[in-house]
Design a protein around this ligand. Structure first.
Ligand code: AMP
Length: 197
């Protein structure tokens, strides 16, 4: 939604790793077990992915989805931004209850080609699971399961939660109630991006 509305490229290490796994590359195979079990991939691998992506797409603004997830990743990102002479405008913190997360992943469908995400509760996609943007197949993720979610939440609480303080201290953190529908959440995100522009 951010890319379509503002023309800002978005990347996500999770999406990159899923594509690498589907392509059967060395990186995809090396990280497949960790991602499937809901663990965090080593910081060095993730930071290299981001640096590679920035070399190709950086320059006119960008959004990272699911990065950084640890304090060392956030520190690396600060160095990377400095070397690109790009200030950090916003750290968007989507607050969702464990109940909301659980409900959403159980019905999540994701386009295997472009990453568009929707829900099988949406009648249009339940009957015809095809991406409206690129015609790719809408599939369930293999880590969208209750046991994996428990591990992902443990990782989040132990390693990602401290980043709220990290970005609060930098004055970049904006908290958004993510328990609402996507239009309401996106309206808040849009306003924050417009204010930061
Ligand atoms: P996501 O698509 O953001 O839900 O990420 C899927 C999986 O990819 C995660 O459960 C991790 O195994 C891995 N992953 C994605 N982003 C990161 C990150 N920033 N640091 C470590 N592992 C990550």
């Amino acid at each position: 939604m951010i890319t379509r509305q503002f023309g800002i490229p978005v990347t996500s290490p999770g999406a990159i790793l899923r594509r690498e796994r589907d392509l059967g590359t060395a990186l995809g195979l090396e990280t497949a077990e960790t991602t499937q079990l809901g663990g965090l991939v080593p910081d060095k691998i993730i930071v290299e992915l981001i640096e590679d992506w920035l070399r190709l797409h950086g320059g006119h603004g960008f959004v990272f989805d699911g990065f950084p997830r640890t304090t060392p990743q956030a520190e690396s990102l600060q160095q990377i931004l400095q070397s690109h002479r790009t200030p950090l405008d916003l750290a968007l913190w989507l607050e969702v209850s464990e109940q909301t997360v659980g409900d959403r992943i159980l019905s999540r469908l994701q386009c295997q080609s472009c990453g568009f995400t929707t829900s099988s509760t949406s009648a249009v996609f339940a009957s015809r699971p095809v991406c409206p943007y690129c015609d790719g197949p809408l599939v369930r993720r293999n880590d969208d399961d209750v046991t994996v979610l428990r591990h992902r939440l443990e990782e989040f609480n132990a390693k990602t939660q401290p980043l709220a303080d990290f970005y609060e201290k930098l004055g970049a953190l904006r908290r958004i109630d993510g328990n609402r529908d996507r239009e309401a959440v996106f309206a808040d995100i849009s306003r924050l991006i417009e204010q930061a522009a």
